[in-house]
Design a protein around this ligand. Structure first.
Ligand SMILES: [Zn+2]
Length: 240
């Protein structure tokens, strides 16, 4: 099964294909491993008295750095030989048809990751786009650039799961990856930064990881669903 096959079977409305190949990263053995276990939603909501753009900027920069770091742990395994063009092409055609301005560039996954991560780095370190100096204004294009960065970061995260989960497990970094992924997904959902049509390819994992973990012991007390992110509200995203 290729990524493309998977995607063509997965409907953007969240309906699951009837039968799926076994994905190692979905096994409970791995999804239960997390570095931290608390409601991620609390971490991502805009704190009072903090400017929205400031909040988006600092979080986006942090995610870029963390995902870059996570990718670097397996980058030696991500080669033109192991990660064939099929991976990146499927990744691009499935996640975004307009990817690279409609140019269907054939490249290997490492070339793709290198391309998007260099671009992200250029953006997050550009003082005109991500101003760090006090009083400096954010550009009008700020929100759309943040969305672009988040879309690329999602592609890289998805590639880590699709092509490098074994190596991540071998390095015992799957807990970090899961935590990073869950935090990222909850963040982009909170601010509608990535089209759900793009993230749908990973919905099965998102569902498992982004739901607050159940209490350790089965308690008879009534549950409090109010604190859980509602799946229905997450899917209704207005894209401009
Ligand atoms: Zn790779």
């Amino acid at each position: 099964n290729t990524w493309l096959d998977h995607c063509s079977k997965t409907k953007p409305n969240g309906k699951k294909p009837p039968a799926e190949e076994k994905k190692q990263y979905l096994e409970p053995e791995f999804t239960k491993i997390r570095v931290v276990d608390f409601d991620l939603k609390e971490l991502v909501v805009l704190p009072r008295e903090i400017d929205l753009n400031e909040w988006l900027a600092s979080n986006t920069t942090t995610f870029f750095n963390l995902i870059n770091l996570q990718y670097s742990t397996i980058s030696e395994f991500c080669t033109g030989d192991t990660c064939q063009p099929l991976h990146s092409c499927a990744m691009t055609s499935c996640s975004s048809i307009m990817f690279v301005r409609g140019k269907k560039t054939k490249c290997t996954a490492p070339q793709y990751v290198d391309f998007v991560m260099s671009l992200c780095q250029k953006l997050v370190t550009d003082e005109e786009i991500f101003p760090t100096k006090y009083g400096k204004e954010f550009p009008n294009s700020f929100e759309s650039l943040v969305k672009k960065i988040c879309r690329y970061l999602f592609h890289v995260l998805a590639h880590l799961y699709w092509a490098h989960f074994k190596e991540t497990v071998a390095l015992d970094l799957q807990g970090h990856l899961n935590t990073l992924y869950a935090h990222f997904i909850v963040f982009v959902r909170e601010f509608n930064l990535v089209d759900p049509k793009e993230t749908c390819i990973m919905d099965d994992l998102s569902e498992i990881l982004c739901t607050p973990a159940p209490p350790p012991a089965p308690a008879p007390a009534p549950s409090t669903p109010a604190s859980a992110p509602s799946p229905s509200s997450q899917n209704h995203v207005t894209e401009r």
